[in-house]
Design a protein around this ligand. Structure first.
Ligand code: IPD
Ligand code: CA
Length: 261
């Protein structure tokens, strides 16, 4: 697994370098709707990552945000690649985005890497090996009350989240909407926030962050507290430091999503 981790870090850093270079020089396009953005840099960064992964692990399957599924479908090893998580931020040069790369084996997350190239923060984890921010081990916070917690959420396209955002804002220290699900998860892992939820998220956005939270002592489930199914195209997610998980699920359940898939 060390080889997978080293390869993922190399790929994330190569992509991160390009992303920083191109911050002031990108071409913005839309995927379908006017607010679902993609840039030429998302595509170029993804090409760099895929080239490195495919060279090192030609037998693996890959699911990447911009190019979809590729590689060997007959294997139980699948990479989840998001070249820029926080594309809308990147498109506006709002400096909060990251590269996210995870590896699953037989449906279990084994390794995750999330690189924020602006802050030079590399979050990473291997199953059973703890979670790390650069060279320091990280842990979730010890806050055990929802009303003492800082949360985050996201508004993926076609999800209706305003009611939950409003409700949770009123009963916590606040709810941030920073625009990068992968970084939202990593912020829980290192104790900056306590919880996060989102409707209709995709596996490439959260694969790495899920393992990083779990290895930092936190918890990630669906809205009912059950194990997530990362093979579902889109799914609802709740993540936390573990201590506020039930309280968060209960508060969200008061406002059950009208659309879950
Ligand atoms: C998005 C970000 C955002 C979340 C959206 C995602 P993208 O990913 O993670 O925080 O709310 O659901 O689609 O499009 O920037 O890669
Ligand atoms: Ca993305």
């Amino acid at each position: 697994m060390d080889r997978a981790k080293e390869t993922a870090i190399k790929a994330a850093r190569s992509a991160g370098q390009l992303i920083l270079q191109k911050m002031g020089d990108k071409k913005i396009d839309h995927k379908g709707t006017f607010n679902n953005l993609v840039t030429d840099v998302d595509k170029a960064a993804e090409a760099i990552i895929l080239e490195i992964l495919k060279k090192e692990f030609p037998g693996d399957e890959i699911l990447a945000e911009e190019s979809g599924a590729s590689g060997n479908k007959g294997t139980n090893r699948r990479w989840l690649v998001d070249p820029i998580d926080g594309t809308t931020n990147f498109a506006h040069s709002y400096p909060f985005f990251c590269v996210s790369i995870a590896l699953e084996e037989a449906g279990e997350l084994q390794m995750g890497v999330v690189l924020n190239p602006v802050a030079d923060e590399l979050f990473w984890a291997q199953a059973g090996g703890g979670a790390w921010l650069n060279d320091k081990q990280i842990k979730v916070s010890k806050i055990n009350k929802l009303d003492m917690s800082l949360l985050s959420t996201g508004f993926s396209s076609n999800s209706s989240n305003m009611e939950r955002f409003n409700h949770l804002t009123n009963i916590t220290h606040g709810v941030r909407r920073d625009g990068s699900a992968a970084l939202d998860l990593c912020f829980i892992a290192c104790g900056r926030t306590e919880g996060y939820w989102e409707l209709r998220i995709a596996a490439w956005d959260v694969g790495a962050g899920i393992l990083i939270i779990q290895e930092a002592g936190g918890q990630v489930t669906d809205m009912d507290g059950n194990r997530l199914n990362l093979t579902a195209g889109r799914f609802n997610i709740v993540a936390s430091n573990g201590l506020i998980h039930k309280q968060l699920i209960t508060s969200l359940a008061d406002l059950q999503p009208t659309r879950t898939n």
